[in-house]
Design a protein around this ligand. Structure first.
Ligand code: ATP
Ligand code: MG
Length: 359
């Protein structure tokens, strides 16, 4: 199979984890006889430095001509005091809008060999396997107005939470479709006791549920969901929620299984051009030290092979290689709890070796 992959390494450890993920993809190419063409693009702080724009037009063009996009991370202290439109994170918001990446999928799956990396008791974590589906192109992050304003003679600020029915419907449909391939349970998270947008969300969720009689739909208030994620994470299959709630809950959920360095994500569009990235950020504190955990990025590439290219066997092979290496006790620093650890590059070599063995 011949595919073009747009690579946007970005800043900080984003570059390091994308570099080694490309190595893993080359191993897949070799063993399964595919041809991947890699096209690099600038995004984030690096793009600002080189072009004055966190998401240059050329990058959008590179993405549009590719079959999938693989992104590292953006941001860092260097650009923190920039004006808002020259912040690296703008690049991320812009690419979501440009490619209409409305559904962000974050699988949260416990690895048996990492149960002791979680701050929760192993018996709560064992078997955890759910996906958070976060709406990514609407809500408070994009609502207008979003500005400083004056009320009663005093300075204040306003942000706007707005969703169209169609925006709610398409994210709910994504969640139900995903649930059909899993345990057929959807938990829709909102704040319907307070927010009008949440009441509309619930209405639309009920309508969509009628189209999926095999799927059980449950509504949960976001404050309760935050608690349930910790008290009984095993109850969930697919969680679907709006942009801000999803942002907060998915970072919370990431801790259930241990390290941010383990979690992949996919951002899906209706055009069929999807973007994959590790959940973690650019981690400036560990940049350039060859200690970043590359597994989140490598598992993101596995999601890409599965969702964008239909390469189920190859995706499974990567996931098994990761499981195997963790099972053999290899840990990067974030998982090692002060014990011995391997570098980013060594961890990747282990995963590549496991892939080669498996084949
Ligand atoms: P962003 O705003 O981009 O989400 P953030 O401020 O949430 O970034 P991250 O960059 O995700 O922060 O990092 C948070 C912490 O987790 C950092 O201290 C970092 O060292 C650690 N961390 C993140 N990713 C990894 C990784 N792949 N391997 C090891 N440690 C990581
Ligand atoms: Mg973060």
């Amino acid at each position: 199979m011949k595919k073009t992959i747009a690579l946007l390494p970005g800043d900080g450890i984003g570059r390091e984890v994308i570099e080694v993920t490309v190595d893993v993809l080359k191993t897949i190419e070799e063993h399964y006889h595919h041809q991947f063409q890699f096209q690099y693009g600038l995004i984030g702080g690096d793009a600002i430095d080189q072009t004055g724009n966190p998401l240059p037009k050329e990058t959008i063009e590179t993405c549009r001509q590719a079959d999938a996009v693989l992104l590292g991370a953006v941001g860092g202290p260097k650009w923190e005091s920039n004006p808002v439109f020259l912040r690296p994170e703008r690049g991320l918001l812009a690419i979501r809008k440009e490619l209409d990446l409305f559904a962000n999928l974050r699988p949260i799956k416990a690895f048996d060999s990492l149960l002791d990396s979680s701050p929760l008791k192993p018996e709560y974590v064992r078997g955890v396997d759910f996906v958070i589906v976060r709406e990514l192109t609407g809500g408070l992050y994009f609502g207008k107005p979003s500005e400083r304003t004056t009320q009663d003679g005093e300075e204040g600020a306003v942000d706007t939470l707005f969703y169209k029915r169609s925006e709610i419907k398409r994210i709910l449909v994504s969640a139900f479709e995903l649930a059909m391939t899993r345990k057929k349970q959807v938990t829709s998270v909102d704040k319907a006791n307070v927010l009008e947008s949440s009441r509309l969300w619930r209405e639309v969720a009920e309508e969509v549920a009628k189209e999926y009689p095999e799927v059980t739909l449950k509504h949960m208030l976001v404050d309760n969901a935050a608690m349930q994620l910790i008290s009984s994470p095993n109850q969930f299959d697919v969680i679907v929620t709006e942009n801000l709630f999803g942002d907060i809950l998915s970072d919370e959920a990431s801790m259930i299984t241990g390290s941010l360095g383990m979690l992949p994500s996919a951002s899906l569009s209706s055009s069929g051009l999807h973007l994959y990235e590790p959940v973690h950020g650019s981690a400036p504190d560990i940049e350039g030290k060859n200690v970043a955990n590359p597994i989140a990025a490598i598992l993101s590439a596995a999601m890409m092979l599965r969702h964008s290219f239909g390469l189920e066997e190859e995706a499974g092979a990567i996931e098994n290689a990761v499981k195997h290496v963790l099972g053999s006790g290899k840990r990067t620093a974030d998982l090692a709890k002060g014990g011995p650890y391997v570098s980013t590059k060594l961890m990747t070599e282990e995963i590549k070796a496991a892939l080669a063995d498996d084949h």
